[in-house]
Every structure is written in structure tokens, then in C-alpha cells.
Design a protein around this ligand. Structure first.
Ligand SMILES: *Cc1c(COP(=O)(O)O)cnc(C)c1O
Length: 425
């Protein structure tokens, strides 16, 4: 084979998943085991001391999960990855590796509603403090930086309105202030955007969404970009200090460009415990093989549905970076040339009541709180996912009373449009 890097469709099928070395099974088996037998006493000791890589216990590593980790690391162009129980677990473990009590991080206010809740509420009990910035005002990220800022967090394509985010501009600010940039790439997937190419340092995913793609399992992924120097940086003690529990091992020094992934696994996953079931890893692996095909159809359908809605008399506006009319279009074409994802919002002239009515009349669209399924999905954020937010936060997050969010599936676009036509009346 040549040295030419493989394309994303090939990587989605092949990366991370060689035939099973002991049985020759072509598909990575579900290694449904809690623990693994040591070769001998010395082997056990070296695994526990982080002197050798190998399997101990499925809270830390598992071969099915390792295949998934290899696949996402290859697709994103990262150095290493970790599979965890959910997207929220991926966010939590990432921040746990970076933040100490009293620390701050900056997050875009255009985020998945669950992330907004997590940051505003639960993280406070760890004494971690979010400062909100606005993707439509890049300077707001720099303005929010203080000496306590330890990370910046954005989505590549922002929930719920499907706005492509100017990652290079935010990465430039992060780099100037030597702060790691975390990008939640759930909505775009590496098929559309590879955040490391634009300066991100850590990528996280809810694999529950487009990666798994079939709405059948929760999962989260953390990918290390290997491009942030933690060595000697005492703002990040988990990465830069000698670890007494590992006989003084210094993770930043010892593991170079995979130090972040090692720290999250050996300190975060080990102690906090949100491991991914190998069964879920298997389902997500199977789903990921068709990522490129599915994303192509998702984006195609989303564009047709958004264009249909834009000209409908009962629709006040459609927010989708894939539309010609979108103020975000130029940025979308630059950063996400294969399309702007398949999740977007639109506003109904009839407001809250019209939103509720539409959701109850749709037949082909499933009314539920998820995105990235093969099926088309609909939700009225103000009465559901964003219900816990104040009215001000709802509007700031693009989830005002008139807003309906769609996640467009891979059905025939004509059928989706016909369903919207009958439901809008
Ligand atoms: C769903 C989602 C999450 C949370 O993931 P879970 O797997 O549900 O825990 C985080 N970020 C984004 C963008 C999401 O869509």
C-alpha cells in the first residue's frame, strides 16, 4: 500500500479493527469480561505501575473498547482516545483532568442543553466555574479569560441551531493565552469537520449521536490531539506533577503526546468509573462503519428540508448554516465544505403553541430528546431539553418558545417534507 493517507470512508470501515488475533474473527468480538488474567506476577506489577500497556480490568481498558478508541483516534487525526459511558462522562472526565477546585473555564453559550446544565449546576459542587462566551462575538472568549481559566469549550457545529463555529479564531485566542481548546465534535463528526486541523487540543464526542448513528446505545469518546505541552505546567497538576500513587511517575514527562489520554484513563476513569460497556462499544463500532455514507445522506436531506421550510408561510425563519441565506454560510463553506450537519432549528410564527402542535401532528418524525439517529427526530426545546433554563438562557441558547429542532435522518427527503407539510397544515 502507498503512504498516502486513507480517506475518511476507508478509515471509518477499517481503522482500529484488525481481525481478532486469537480466533481470526473478522469483526471485533464483544469482549464481555470484567477482568483479564496476568501472565505472571511481574506482568501484573508492571501493568499496575503503568510501565506496560495491557488489560487489567474493564473499567480501565477492554479490547472491544480499544478498537473503538483506535477508530475515533484515526478518524479525528488524534494521538490516542478513550471510550467512556456517555458524552457527559467524556466532558466530565476531560474537565476533571484539567480543573482544580476554584478554577474557571470558558464555554460557548450555544451548547447542547445538557452541557449547559452540567456546567451551570453540577460542576459548581466541584468548585469549577463556567464563564459564558458567544460564538457570534469571538472577542467575548478572550474577554472572559482570567488567570484561573484552564480550558475553553465549544461545539464545532453548535446546538441547537446548527451554526458552524469559527474554531480557528477561537483556537488562536486559546493558543495566545496557552489554554487548551476542547471541541465537542458530536454534531459535525470528523466526516464534516476535523477540529485538530483547526487548532483544537482535545476533541470529545457523544457517540450516542451520529457516530453510533442508530439511537441504540449511549457512549462518549475523548480524543487527545497530542498538541498541548503539559510538561512543567503546574496549572495542570494531574499532567505535570509526580503521581505518588504511581511511585512518582510524571504522566506529562513519561507519555509525551498521549499524556492527556493516559491521565484521563489512569486517574479519571480509574477513580470516577464511567466505563463504556463493550456491548455498546460493539454497536457504536458497527454504526461507525457507515459514518461517511450516512452523513452524506443526512446532510443532503437536511438541506432539502431546510429549503422547504424556509419558503413555508407559517415559518418565521430557519437557522441552518447549510442554507444560501444563512449569515453563517461563508464560514460553513470554509470549515465544513461537505455540509453543515443535519440538526437545525426553525421558528414558527405561531410561537409556543404552534411548536407543541407541530410536534404532536408529525408522524414520520419521532418526538424525542436525541439527535443523530437514522430516523428523523423532532423536539420543541423550550418545553423539553431547555426547560430548566431561564427564558434569557433559552433565547441565548437559540431555544426560544417558537423554536423547533429537527435532526434529519436518512429516509427519503420527499417523505420527510410530506410529513412536515401535513403537520404544518
Ligand atoms: C448528546 C450530547 C452530549 C451528551 O452526550 P450523552 O451521550 O447524551 O451523555 C454532549 N454534547 C452534545 C453536542 C450532544 O449532542
Amino acid at each position: 500500500m502507498s503512504d498516502k493517507p486513507q480517506g475518511i470512508s476507508t478509515l471509518a470501515v477499517h481503522a482500529g479493527t484488525a481481525p481478532d488475533p486469537t480466533t481470526n474473527a473478522r469483526i471485533t468480538p464483544i469482549y464481555q469480561t470484567a477482568s483479564f488474567v496476568f501472565d505472571d506476577v511481574d506482568h501484573a506489577a508492571s501493568l499496575f505501575g503503568l510501565q506496560a500497556f495491557g488489560n487489567i480490568y474493564s473499567r480501565l481498558t477492554n479490547p472491544t473498547n480499544a478498537a473503538l478508541e483506535g477508530k475515533i483516534a484515526a478518524l479525528e487525526g488524534g494521538t490516542a482516545a478513550l471510550a467512556v459511558a456517555s458524552g457527559h462522562a467524556a466532558e466530565f472526565l476531560t474537565f476533571h483532568a484539567l480543573l482544580q477546585p476554584g478554577d474557571e473555564f470558558i464555554a460557548a453559550k450555544q451548547l447542547y442543553g445538557g452541557s449547559i446544565n452540567q456546567f451551570n449546576n453540577s460542576y459548581k459542587s466541584f468548585d469549577w466555574h463556567v464563564k459564558w462566551a458567544d460564538i457570534n462575538n469571538i472577542q467575548s472568549f478572550e474577554d472572559a479569560i482570567t488567570p484561573k481559566t484552564k480550558a475553553i469549550f465549544v461545539e464545532s457545529v453548535a446546538n441547537p441551531a446548527g451554526e458552524v463555529v469559527d474554531i480557528p479564531a477561537i483556537a488562536a485566542i486559546a493558543k495566545k493565552h496557552n489554554i487548551p481548546l476542547i471541541v465537542d465534535n458530536t454534531m459535525a463528526t470528523p466526516y464534516l469537520i476535523k477540529p485538530f486541523e483547526h487548532g483544537a487540543n482535545i476533541v470529545i464526542h457523544s457517540a450516542t449521536k451520529f457516530l453510533g448513528g442508530h439511537g441504540n446505545s449511549l457512549g462518549g469518546l475523548i480524543v487527545d490531539g497530542g498538541n498541548f505541552n503539559w510538561v512543567g505546567d503546574d496549572r495542570y497538576p494531574l499532567l505535570s506533577a509526580d503521581r505518588p500513587e504511581y511511585s512518582g511517575l510524571n504522566i506529562g514527562n513519561a507519555f509525551g503526546n498521549i499524556a492527556f489520554a493516559i491521565a484521563v484513563r489512569a486517574l479519571g476513569l480509574r477513580d470516577l468509573g464511567p466505563a463504556l460497556s463493550p456491548f455498546n462499544a460493539f454497536l457504536i463500532l458497527t454504526g461507525m462503519e457507515t459514518l461517511a455514507l450516512r452523513m452524506e445522506r443526512h446532510v443532503h436531506n437536511a438541506t432539502l428540508v431546510a429549503e422547504y421550510l424556509e419558503q413555508h408561510p407559517k415559518v418565521a425563519y430557519v437557522k441552518y448554516s447549510g442554507l444560501e441565506s444563512s449569515p453563517n454560510r461563508a464560514l460553513a463553506e470554509k470549515l465544513s465544505p461537505n455540509g453543515a450537519g443535519a440538526v437545525f432549528t426553525f421558528g414558527l410564527k405561531g410561537g409556543y403553541e404552534a411548536g407543541i402542535e407541530l410536534v404532536s401532528k408529525l408522524k414520520l418524525f419521532s418526538h424525542l430528546a436525541n439527535i443523530g439517529d437514522t430516523r428523523s427526530l423532532v423536539i420543541h426545546p423550550a418545553s423539553t431539553t431547555h426547560k430548566q433554563l431561564t427564558d434569557e438562557q433559552k433565547s441565548a441558547a437559540g431555544a426560544g418558545p417558537e423554536v423547533v429542532r429537527l435532526s434529519i435522518g436518512i429516509e427519503d427527503a420527499d417523505d420527510l417534507i410530506a410529513d412536515l407539510e401535513q403537520a404544518l397544515g
